[in-house]
Design a protein around this ligand. Sequence first.
Ligand code: NAP
Length: 345
Amino acid sequence: MIKPITAAWHFLQAQLRPLPVPTKSYAGCTVIVTGANGGLGFEAARHFARLGAARLILACRSTERGEAAKADIESSVTTSTAIEVWPLDLCSFDSVRAFCRRAESELERLDVLLENAAMLSITPAGMAEGYEMQVTTNVISTFLTVLMLLPLMKRTAAKFNVEPAVTVVGSEGHFWTRFVEKNQPRIFEAFRPGGALQERYMTTKLLDILIMRELAAQLDAASASAGASPIVVNAANPGLCKSSLFRNVFLIGQFFLAILTFVLGHTSEQGARALLAAAAGGRETHGKYVDCGKVDDPSPFVLSKEGKVVQKRVWDELMEILDGIEPGVSANVKQAPLSAMATSC
Ligand SMILES: NC(=O)c1ccc[n+]([C@@H]2O[C@H](COP(=O)([O-])OP(=O)(O)OC[C@H]3O[C@@H](n4cnc5c(N)ncnc54)[C@H](OP(=O)(O)O)[C@@H]3O)[C@@H](O)[C@H]2O)c1
């Protein structure tokens, strides 16, 4: 964990950075946004529609809320985008597998995978699929989705001569966790419904950044002959935003956070700009933390010697878990791309 003054300064710098309205065209592209029915995911989806994506998949656990989001987007922007609502519940591995299989069979290409859906709870949230619910949602299912969709994205790169992007939504909060579970022999099993819950969400976001970095490195290593991964992988921090994320926090009286969000928070639409900035960032953002639109260092822990060791441990454990859920899925990382990458979509 970094010193409070350094953390506060870092937060303020990122929070006050201007976030330009995205302008990159997504004409011809297919985009998936998870958690697209509300908050930043919804606003990101609206931007992708405005920017001309050919096909936009709103991945939502409630198709009713997804359909409402679709209707809202269609009535608020002029777009020819084909918007579809597909069910995806990250608390269910069956749902994740079904979603990814559908994408494999129905999508000809996948240019952007915006892994936005997440939950935050500082009261016991219970378990989902044998793991603490925030860990299942924010980390395990998030990367199960990424790994299952890698072959489609690699094919997209080769067939359409483009550079698809996986953007995982991280958080400034990853600076602020002590991550006590790293001292346990099995990190993922150390997360229980009780324990360091005040830090749990922040720890899941730290895990996301560690795993994103290792994934980027492994993709590069797997495509050594082509020089670099055909897919850009990065993590985006949207800064503190007004959304439903803190619904459970405010209920139990975290007034400081409420006031901070009221005074300094981006709107969800502004936060979504940071997500699109990362998704459009290209090669220079590969394996990087894109902090409110700008490549920046992740936390000192991530960059430390210990952080690198923990990154590999987390990765190895996660691959074991994911192969237990979907046998052989970890091999999707090493599977060679069909041909070298070229320009971005
Ligand atoms: N708001 C901030 O200040 C802030 C700061 C840094 C990072 N972030 C990150 O930004 C991303 C978006 O958050 P937000 O602020 O927009 O929060 P939000 O308004 O709570 O939206 C979260 C989205 O994730 C979906 N979701 C939650 N659990 C899910 C599950 N099990 N399966 C499928 N979808 C699920 C939600 O669906 P339901 O509507 O069905 O619940 C909702 O669509 C998250 O990754 C968050 O960690 C936010």
